[in-house]
Design a protein around this ligand. Structure first.
Ligand SMILES: Cc1cc2nc3c(=O)[nH]c(=O)nc-3n(C[C@H](O)[C@H](O)[C@H](O)COP(=O)(O)OP(=O)(O)OC[C@H]3O[C@@H](n4cnc5c(N)ncnc54)[C@H](O)[C@@H]3O)c2cc1C
Length: 391
């Protein structure tokens, strides 16, 4: 028996309305496959479908489905047919009594059945395991690797979808993108119980669903700190580009209680660069993402707090203290504030351009968009360094 791609995330699912039979199938499957696969048991078609939807959202793989034929509410063939919408690659087995073999044979055409198994299947070494071994071998021959990452489902030409992808990419959160126009995107949408009117959809590795999430909600879900741990600091740094990250490293390394506030993603403009050749200490060049990751690590190692998705909207002087205000009205105080807010791109004022921003028109080299531009004509406006990198 060969190993599955990812033991903990590959499932064999069995469904039977008779709890005794359901337990017996699960027990026999666990005995032989339990060390390599997860065996999930359900006692009705609807509850088995619900389990499949949850597995789908979590990005788990389902290798084999074993369904009893005679079940109330939803029989085994109906279940397998609906299960194909969620996991088309899973191998399908119908468990039948001898009297129902006619129905089982019909099911070969309806649900593209891989096998029907007559009850009882004793001894399993002879009747059950050889069948399941073959089905697992066939299943493994396909590419069914689980996706343990964030999944983003949306429209290719949607500004909101682009923003979410850009936010995840710039914060170095691995994710996989699914277009709603593709089958797998529609499957994920259905598994999440969504009609696709509100997009993008973000599905977290534990199966949680976020609909049209804003940056702070996303940041919190991917484990980026968004809330200060204190009311008052020695040093507040506003902006998380190279200047801000450098300030946080030096402030914290001098023993100052330091917090860095970044509205979008640390790295700033430099984070979007595919290769920086002139940064001190990197004679062979460094990508913006690597530089950012190292700088973040260095700052946190010295004890600086780094908050993401926190935009500063106000700055006041109150006696010896500087008060830094956030968009939600909350505030923190500090002895000193460093403004490292960098620059903002000039926007192209050409007619129609504003409406297409994020859905065909992108500022900066938009590394996230590059793969989907393959084979298309791309026009670059501007002619300096960033334009060169984009090209
Ligand atoms: C694609 C590209 C490639 C580049 N390549 C090179 C190169 O090879 N070599 C080179 O020398 N330079 C390069 N540059 C330029 C270089 O990246 C910038 O000079 C550098 O990033 C400036 O750093 P900074 O920290 O001052 O500002 P920025 O990088 O602009 O960072 C400012 C940060 O402050 C945040 N911010 C702004 N306002 C607020 C607020 N109110 N609240 C919270 N946060 C806020 C922003 O979101 C941003 O993250 C490149 C730039 C780009 C875009």
């Amino acid at each position: 028996m060969a190993e599955p791609t990812d033991a903990a995330r590959t499932v064999l699912l069995t469904v039977d309305d008779d709890p005794g039979v359901s337990r017996a199938v699960a027990r026999d499957l666990r005995r032989r496959y339990g060390a390599s696969y997860r065996v999930v048991r359900a006692e009705s078609g609807p509850s088995a479908l619900e389990a499949l939807r949850e597995l789908k959202l979590r990005g788990d793989s389902v290798a084999v489905l074993l369904a009893d034929y005679r079940m109330p509410v939803m029989n085994g063939i109906e279940f397998l047919e609906r299960a194909m919408d969620v996991y088309p690659g899973a191998r399908r087995v119908l468990l039948t009594a001898y009297a129902d073999t006619g129905a089982a044979i019909d099911a070969i055409n309806v649900v593209d059945l891989d096998h029907y198994l007559l009850k009882p299947w004793e001894p399993p070494e002879e009747k059950l395991y050889p069948v399941v071994d073959d089905l697992l071998a066939a299943w493994r021959a396909g590419d069914h690797r689980p996706v343990p990452f964030m999944k983003v489902v949306g429209h290719r030409w949607s500004a909101r979808s682009s923003e979410v992808r850009e936010f995840l990419a710039r914060n170095q959160v691995p994710y996989r993108w699914y277009s709603v126009e593709d089958t797998e995107g529609r499957r994920l949408l259905a598994a999440a119980g969504q009609d696709g009117l509100r997009l993008p959809l973000v599905i977290t590795p534990d199966g949680g669903v976020l609909v049209e999430p804003e940056a702070p909600e996303l940041a919190a879900r991917v484990g980026l700190a968004t809330t200060p741990t204190a009311d008052f600091y020695d040093l507040v740094v506003i902006g998380g580009g190279p200047a801000g990250l450098g300030s946080a490293v030096y402030g914290a390394s001098e023993g100052l209680r330091t917090v860095l506030l970044e509205r979008s993603a640390t790295g700033g403009q430099a984070g979007q660069s595919s290769r920086i050749e002139n940064y001190l200490g990197f004679p062979d060049g460094v990508s913006g993402a690597q530089l950012t990751e190292r700088a973040r690590r260095q700052a946190t190692r010295f004890g600086a707090e780094i908050l993401t998705a926190r935009e500063v909207t106000g700055l006041e002087v109150n006696g010896a203290a500087r008060i830094v205000r956030f968009a939600d009205g909350s505030a923190i105080g500090a002895h000193s504030v460093i403004l490292a807010t960098g620059v903002q791109y000039r926007r192209l004022t050409a007619e129609g351009c504003a409406g297409l921003t994020g859905c065909g028109v992108f500022y900066g080299s938009a590394l996230t968009e590059a793969p989907s531009c393959q084979g298309h004509d791309v026009f670059i406006v501007g002619g300096a360094n960033s334009a060169g990198q984009a090209a």
